[in-house]
Design a protein around this ligand. Sequence first.
Ligand code: ADP
Ligand code: MG
Ligand code: MG
Length: 913
Amino acid sequence: MKRELGGKGAGLAEMSRVGLDVPAGFTLSTKLCALYAEADKEGKGSQLLEKAGAVMKEVEMGVKFIEKQMRRPIPRGSSSKTSKDGELPLLLSIRSGAAVSMPGMMDTVLNLGLNDVIVEGFCSSPTTSEAERRFCLDAYRRLLDMFGDVVLSIPRVDFESALTEMKRARGVATDAELTADDLRELCEKYKRVYVDRGKTFPSDPETQLRKSIEAVFASWKNPRAVKYREINKDCAGLEGTAVNVQAMVFGNRDDDSCSGVLFTRDPSTGEKKLYGEYLVNAQGEDVVAGIRTPENIDQLAVQFPRCHKTLVDWCDRLENHFWDVMDIEFTVESNKLWILQCRSGKRIGAAAVKIACDMVDEGLITVPRAVLMVEPRHLDQLLRPRFDPGDLAGDADVVAKGLPASPGAAVGTIVFTAADAEAAKKRGVDCVLIRVETSAEDVGGMHASCGILTARGGMTSHAAVVARGWGKPCVVGCGDMFVNERDKTVRFQGCDAKFKEGDAISLDGDRGLVIRGSRALIASIADNGDLARVMRWTDETRRIQVLANADTPADAAIARANGAEGIGLVRTEHQFFSSPERLRAMRSMVLASDDAARTEACDRMLPFQREDFEGIFTAMAGLSVCVRLLDPPLHEFLPPKKSQELDRVARDVASNAGEKDVGKILARAERMREANPMLGMRGCRLGIQHPSVTAMQSRAIFEAAKACADKGIRVKPQIMVPLVATAAEFSHQANVIRDVHAEVFAGVEALPFEVGVMVETPRAALVADKLVRAGAQFLSLGTNDLTQMTFGFSRDDVGPILKTYRENGILTNDPFERIDELGVGLLIENCAMMARAAVRELNEQWQEDQSKPKGDKTKVKIGVCGEHGGDPASVRYFASDRVALDYVSCSAHRVIAARLAAAQAAARELDAL
Ligand code: ADP
Ligand code: MG
Ligand code: MG
């Protein structure tokens, strides 16, 4: 339903079904937006609705429905007299709303239906009070402003400066203090803005309605909405925005009216109590804009006791209906409560985990639901480093305190504009964005910064909501901060120093603190038990293993602490850069003139490798460790062409090898350069060319395993052959490895090991059955190379191409980040299917063949060790019934999120039952 009606439309429909009071309305579907965009491309967008009589006929029917429900007519025709009796006609709101919430990104037009005649008719009626007159004129000037901005693209500042001027002339601080006569004059000024800009405000309400609908459809493509969708991956593939046409209710009607926003539970702590704020005598936009300080929602119980009671009841009903924490917009018009919007409440990691546990305990949701409710990024947030939680009172470096809008620690240099933040990000500089307040225009820069600090705004301000959604540290409402956006400087009350662009600053989003300089970070907070509970549920729910990619004992230890069930990929190449002796030995190997010299260089490398493997085996005691043989093109280990460094290395190698002719060595280095190194002498091709390298690495692995076993450490070594395309390549390398194994364990009890293939060429995926028959005991999909070769994209150069592709809608995701299910996925599914079929056949033969001695049945594990193994959406795919791999392996710090994502695939299937 969300796809078609948008989140807002679907929410409104659900709420009225549940029996809550929602102002009557109807929704034009997202499909229509797509049609509109189509027509707009041909320059006919603005004619679409006009021409499409059918659509407007349905709109008219919808309007009749609203009139019936609200028992009041909507004004029609430019000289409507409906208001003669002193009653304000029914007005409409036209609201955008896509399937995924994009707060404030698209447009809304409120108070639609007013014009001079109606306003005059109402205001001049003898039964109209002064307060009502004021209210009507206020609604009118808001309509003129919004319609001008949204529909006719009149710059909003034109209206804003007229308003500011008016307030100054009257010597008042807020809009609320302007009288009816002031507002009447203001309306005249607004109308003059239209004339000055050469635009006309259509007095016919029907024209207003049609044009507003078109404008909301068009706002789907406005730059900030486009940018927002670029940044937020869950927006990929959306069709457009729906349009909700709804009766207006007025929180600014009188002092028995108010508008507010709330969460059904605290989005920062997860505590079960209403969390929000409201403003008396105001329209909803005033709450978010922060023009007056809103009241805490608790105060509603005092000021509007009846409405508060209803609201509490409705919140319960919503949680029960949606099985989730809800984020709600409400309005009270003359003591009558209305709900204007509900959606799933964005929450931070700690709250997400607590809420999931609480809701299970309350019997509101099942365990699979709870697993689905926590998002992988919530766990990232929860486990992220923060500042020392010690007492900072009296710490001279704490320069100000604001509201802790979004937790976490941010350290960076100050920037004052969204553009500067984006520029800093491009330069690779961490920055903290400081603004008086943020608006939808700033989202690009907010995303680019590592923390956000604003002088104004409350816990539901734009900055707060957006930052929380991203899990970015944010402090808002820092009243003691004085920002000079023009000079790009900032001062803090009680602190002499003036900070300028580029100065270091730290934000503590947990406590709302602003700290001078770059404060040190410490590891994340301790778990109070909720996280462990959620992780236990994920481990009970998921059906596939989560392993880690780790190259050092230290990484392996982190992986293990994060719950990795083994190491799925040890890349050996990094080990050669960790000390000068290692690099020297490696370079001697690369530049060796003959096999003898190469073997000699290999012998020098052996102890280094053995030592590393021993460390990793020890860290992973009892669990499997899969080492990949040397993979990259060898010249990656050499300094750049014609460099002094290369000369030095060549001399070094020459003296080591007792060779006189340095020129010969340089020439050899030169010959090794390839036009397409990524398709060149690398992977198993290297091991086939130089079996001594494979032998040395295998020996290091087996000797390390033996040393561990002798110490009583249980080891399960696996050796993986990279970049295989044919079964014969694999067999060649497997033989070298098996020979070494026999040598190392000659005369003693042999330690079992496994040998398998890294499936990263499309051909390997296509001949998976042959690889199994050749004896591969596991197949590990190297999805980085597999994606590169399937698309024919160079991983290192694809950036600009992807950008163009995304802009043109040719690709919606980066296939290196999120697995391409349609193409690369087909190879993966084929690989798994063929391999399993081969295993079945081998076992059937083994069953029938009585003559052979009975060994173990053939088992082949199939998994993923590419970067995709840590991308939650990709993990859900690998773990789904369609692919059902045995494991994913991802970098150590992504293991926790991957465990959750793997469980979510299973939970979805359970939940659908
Ligand atoms: P967004 O998607 O940016 O949240 P909304 O469609 O919710 O935009 O509209 C913005 C604001 O306009 C709302 O917060 C609410 O205060 C006000 N509004 C929208 N529809 C109505 C209505 N029917 N009656 C009163 N106020 C409304
Ligand atoms: Mg809203
Ligand atoms: Mg590879």
